[in-house]
Ligand binder design. Structure first.
Ligand SMILES: Nc1ncnc2c1ncn2[C@@H]1O[C@H](COP(=O)(O)OP(=O)(O)OP(=O)(O)O)[C@@H](O)[C@H]1O
Ligand SMILES: [Mg+2]
Length: 498
């Protein structure tokens, strides 16, 4: 026989002082739970204790799909029960169908229940089933049973369980929200960690942080990326990082420098060829686009490719297929394309040197790598990083040395800083990096320097003197010569015919 539950007010009235005390301790326990799993187990242990049940079961119910999922099952010994087939799903279904708490006093003789095998096998005497409502719908169920050797459940037990299930429902609401927040927090923290994990990318400046965020975001997609920035700002490094942080990280990463390479050679590198396509094509050869299919292909210095190759590249981006030189059949490819340039492609398009349609295809997601002079705050970190790499240990940087590094404009950006530290590692024997170990080659004008060795000597001397405010001792030290040598040179410069 099952019994209908009276209205809430009467239910509360029928509770005894002792039961109120139990409810108070229960509400405290429920409030303390932070994870759903703890809540479910806590709930079941309380039920078993308070109504003197043999076992208890917590089931979540997916109403739209009428599916149960068991989230916790405990016995009187506070053990977790793994063999869940021993609980009667027939009783669960009855509670759901009737949407109300149900008690069976004498299960063995209850029509429609006694035939459930589990009831018979487990010698179940009475069963309590209570729905847990959330937003008016059954979200879960609690089931408790007692065996033949125990006392049968009574109506009070049912009221208690019904009351209790309302508390559980409130606690469930609270915990679900907390758990969602905790999960979200874990995901965000994890994302931050991957940001810091970008291999070898050093910097804490806002500009670098923003760059790292962009790389991280775009890495998760298959979008074509255009890396922009002066020479030495880290475009190669960024391209690699995008690949490493993408789903394609296990697949090939290929890079091709496109500057100052004869057109036909570059074309056969990129697209491959068929045997006999040209003299020297003695066998079929795959192009890099094909080899990098399913991976990432980085085309460096894209501004330098010829108009003819630009047209071919456009076709690759539009159709996602390539044709090997000398072939007629196209091959589908799924290569993620990253390109880079230190030139202004917009100006080149205006000058007719770069196809506008290709520019738009490449410029889907431009990432600008800031020059070092715009993020001087990163210089000490970078210096430390390169010191460790080239000295093989940490060494003290003299404040004057740091002042010099911080004050310089770094036209060659990070690569130049790296070169300077690498050079310093050769010059510095001690444990302190002194200003004289820092030899900065003057990048401006050097590339087109057409003078004699003597001219060069003079130029370096004059610049260095200027750098040390005319102090000959310091200049001599930094150049590794004697003060006497400097005096002689200056004399020569003053009166060249002597
Ligand atoms: N943020 C960074 N942290 C540490 N090292 C860096 C960073 N950015 C660049 N580097 C280092 O500086 C050097 C130059 O970087 P990279 O080759 O990526 O520059 P680039 O922009 O491709 O230059 P180019 O235009 O001349 O090809 C490399 O050795 C690279 O490892
Ligand atoms: Mg590069």
């Amino acid at each position: 026989m099952d019994t209908k539950i009276p209205d809430t007010l009467n239910t509360v009235r029928s509770l005894e002082k002792e039961q109120f005390e139990v409810l108070y301790s229960i509400s405290k326990a429920l409030n303390a739970a932070v994870y759903k799993k703890n809540l479910f187990e806590e709930t079941l242990d309380i039920i078993i204790r308070v109504i003197d049940a043999e076992r208890a079961l917590f089931v979540m119910y997916d109403e739209p799909n009428t599916k149960f999922s068991i989230v916790a099952a405990r016995n009187v010994k506070q053990e977790t029960i793994d063999d869940l087939s021993t609980f009667s799903s027939g009783i669960l279904q009855k509670v759901i169908a009737e949407k109300r708490p149900i008690i069976y006093h004498d299960v063995q003789s209850a029509p429609g229940i006694s035939q459930f095998q589990s009831v018979l096998i487990h010698q179940i005497k009475s069963v309590l089933g209570v729905p847990v409502f959330r937003q008016g719908k059954i979200a879960g169920l609690i089931l408790a049973d007692s065996q033949m050797n125990r006392k049968a459940f009574n109506e009070e037990n049912l009221y208690f369980l019904d009351f209790f299930s309302n508390l559980v429902s409130l606690a469930l609401d609270r915990i679900s929200q907390i758990e969602e927040l905790i999960d979200e927090n874990t995901i965000l923290k994890n994302q931050l960690q991957t940001v810091q994990k970008i291999p070898g990318l050093i910097g804490q400046s806002p500009a670098i942080k923003q760059l790292v965020q962009m790389i991280e975001r775009v890495a998760r997609t298959d979008t074509t990326v255009l890396l922009l920035g002066e020479s030495g700002t880290g475009k190669d490094l960024a391209a690699r990082a995008i690949h490493e942080l993408s789903e394609r990280r296990q697949k090939p990463y290929l890079a091709q420098f496109c500057g100052s390479i004869p057109d036909s050679l570059l074309e056969s590198e990129l697209f491959g060829y068929k045997k006999g396509a040209f003299t020297g094509a003695v066998a079929d050869k795959k192009g890099l686009f094909e080899v990098a299919s399913s991976g990432t292909f980085f085309l460096d210095e894209i501004a330098d490719i010829s108009i003819a190759l630009q047209a071919k590249l456009l076709r690759v981006l539009q159709n996602k297929e390539i044709i090997r030189l000398g072939d007629t059949q196209s091959i589908k490819i799924d290569t993620r394309i990253i390109t880079a340039t230190n030139k202004d492609l917009k100006i080149l398009t205006k000058e007719g040197k770069f196809r506008e349609d290709l520019f738009y295809r490449l410029n889907v997601f431009p990432i600008y790598l800031p020059p070092l002079r715009e993020r001087t705050g990163d210089i000490p970190l970078l210096a430390e990083h390169f010191i460790l790499r080239y000295f093989g240990k940490n060494i003290t940087v003299h404040p004057e040395t740091m002042k010099r590094l911080n004050g310089y404009q770094w036209p060659g950006n990070i690569r130049q800083l790296e070169n300077v530290i690498q050079r310093a590692a050769i010059l510095c024997d001690g444990d302190i990096l002194l200003p004289e170990h820092i030899i900065i080659e003057e990048a401006d004008g050097m590339g087109s320097f057409a003078g004699t060795l003597e001219d060069f000597e003079r130029m370096i001397l004059m610049r260095r003197l200027k750098e040390f405010n005319g102090n000959r001792t310091q200049t001599a030290k930094s150049l590794g010569v004697s003060v006497r040598w400097i005096q002689l040179k200056l004399k020569e410069i003053d009166s060249p015919d002597d």
